[in-house]
Design a protein around this ligand. Structure first.
Ligand code: CUA
Length: 338
């Protein structure tokens, strides 16, 4: 899809430092490429104008230095110098009008193109932002094919995915820079955004609207899979939670469903059906904990459960009183939920 770039050599391609899993200058999606072409156009038009301004300043300084500057302009009504100045100013005004017209046209065309790209979504996902995490629901007309996860978004490559954006509390903003621009999630309102990734790989999204104490720790792991990989992930997520196998895992499961944990979290296929916090049915298959705050591993999970406030001050996750043994079996159980 290289041809979809409006310009042959995107200036962004020359800037090696602007690449990565969370970089608007490294577009991986159909939509972000359109936005990228507007950025390229702006850089070229504004860069050209800036270069002209510098050139004129240099010329003026040179004239002043040569003693033929403005101070020597004659008192006559329209000296040759003034006529030259008049012509230059008219040309300059014309150039500004042309520059703005090019920018406005480029922006308008990009907007039309973006609107057309979302016409035929292949997949529907609802994302509900909460302080400070993302609830992600894959929707389907067949209820048995819907699934819920948190703080991660899996997308099939080359397939447009329409995302319905809602908020459960305050205004947040959904932003996966490599795939598209920002869209706000506003309480009482539903917004939409379409993502079509053209590249398989790992990306990162981030809440882009200040939403409270842990706004910065409100990240979203984005994984773009090929069709088969995405289907494998989806099928596994559709299944209920893995049953506890070892005595420790069984004790952990028993503790979970009979403690405060079950009041806030769901683990499909168990008695835990709380909705206040993230669904944990396949917790261990995720890349991070607490919306990108900690990497997913045994140590992080134990630290997070033992004292959430020290890991993410302000989080709504309460500290549950646990003995070291209870913490151990609980982590054993949760780490088995792949
Ligand atoms: Cu949610 Cu910032």
């Amino acid at each position: 899809m290289k041809g979809s770039r409006a310009l042959l050599v995107p200036p962004a391609a020359l800037l090696g430092g602007c690449r990565g899993i969370q970089a608007a200058l490294d577009p991986a999606g159909e939509q972000s490429r359109v936005i990228g072409s507007v950025w390229d156009l702006m850089l070229i038009v504004c860069g050209f104008m800036f270069a002209l301004v510098l050139l004129f300043i240099g010329w003026m300084l040179w004239r002043a230095w040569r003693g033929r500057g403005l101070a020597q302009a004659s008192e006559a009504a329209m000296s040759p110098h003034e006529r030259g100045l008049d012509l230059t100013l008219r040309g300059w005004s014309g150039l500004i009008v042309i520059g703005l017209f090019v920018l406005a046209t480029g922006s308008f065309l990009a907007d039309r193109k973006l609107a057309a790209l979302g016409a035929q979504p292949a997949l529907h996902v609802r994302i509900t932002a909460q302080q400070w995490w993302w609830e992600v629901e894959y929707q389907d007309a067949d209820a048995s094919q819907t699934l819920t996860t948190a703080n991660e978004l899996h997308l099939p490559v080359d397939r447009p995915t329409e995302i319905e954006l809602k908020s459960a509390d305050v205004i947040h903003s959904f932003w996966v820079p490599n795939l598209n621009g920002k869209t706000d999630l506003i309480p009482g309102r539903t917004n939409h955004i379409v993502l079509t990734s053209r590249r398989v790989g790992q990306l990162r999204g981030q809440c882009a609207e200040f939403c409270g104490l842990q706004h910065a720790h409100m990240a979203l792991d984005v994984t773009v899979d090929d069709a088969a990989g995405f289907e494998r992930w989806r099928q596994r997520q559709l299944q209920g939670a893995r049953a506890p196998m070892t005595p420790a895992q069984k004790a952990g499961a028993d503790f979970f469903v009979h403690s405060a944990c079950a009041m806030c979290h769901t683990i499909a296929g168990t008695g835990a059906g709380g909705k206040a916090g993230p669904d944990l049915t396949h917790l261990a298959s995720r890349r991070s904990i607490a919306a990108g705050t900690l990497p997913m591993n045994r140590g992080s999970l134990a630290a997070w459960i033992a004292d959430p406030q020290s890991q993410k001050p302000g989080t709504n996750m309460p500290t549950v009183d646990l003995t070291p043994d209870q913490l151990n079996v609980l982590v054993d159980y949760l780490m088995a939920l792949e």
